[in-house]
Design a protein around this ligand. Structure first.
Ligand SMILES: [Fe+2]
Ligand SMILES: [Fe+2]
Length: 141
């Protein structure tokens, strides 16, 4: 399985969001560690749980920022977040039913790892560019 490493090419130009993406990647890498250490059900369940909770928090932050700045692409961006929410819910349901299988590992790589990076590189960076170009101020809380 492949871990994700942060690099500057992933920056969206907004410190709060970059900081959250770094923590998000950290949670993703913990899931990979938990699966690869073959320590059983509990560590995978708990690391996946942390990743899910952090995903909710992170999406809520971005969606609040987009609402506050009247971002024109908010509907499309939110739809992508919703897609991931569904993928992750399915992934957890499969894990609860079948445990750690090669299919689960593949799904973690594809639905989470690849998705995270692509989403940051395309969708999140578009929002970052909007904020940079308009000079709009993001809400502190
Ligand atoms: Fe996003
Ligand atoms: Fe994001």
């Amino acid at each position: 399985m492949k871990k994700i490493e942060w690099d500057d090419g992933l920056s969206v130009g907004i410190d709060v969001i970059d900081g959250q993406h770094k923590r998000w990647i950290g949670h993703f890498n913990s899931v990979v560690d938990a699966i690869e250490s073959r320590g059983g059900h509990a560590p995978v369940t708990s690391t996946l749980g942390f990743l899910i909770d952090y995903t909710d928090l992170h999406f809520a932050t971005e969606e609040r920022f987009m609402t506050a700045t009247a971002y024109p692409e908010i509907a499309a961006h939110k739809a992508k977040h919703d897609e991931l929410r569904v993928s992750v819910a399915n992934l957890i349901a499969d894990f609860e039913e079948e445990g750690d299988t090669p299919a689960l590992e593949q799904a973690v790589d594809t639905f989470l790892g690849t998705w995270l990076i692509e989403h940051i590189r395309s969708t999140d960076q578009l929002f970052g560019a909007y904020i940079t170009e308009t000079g709009l101020i993001l809400p502190v809380d």
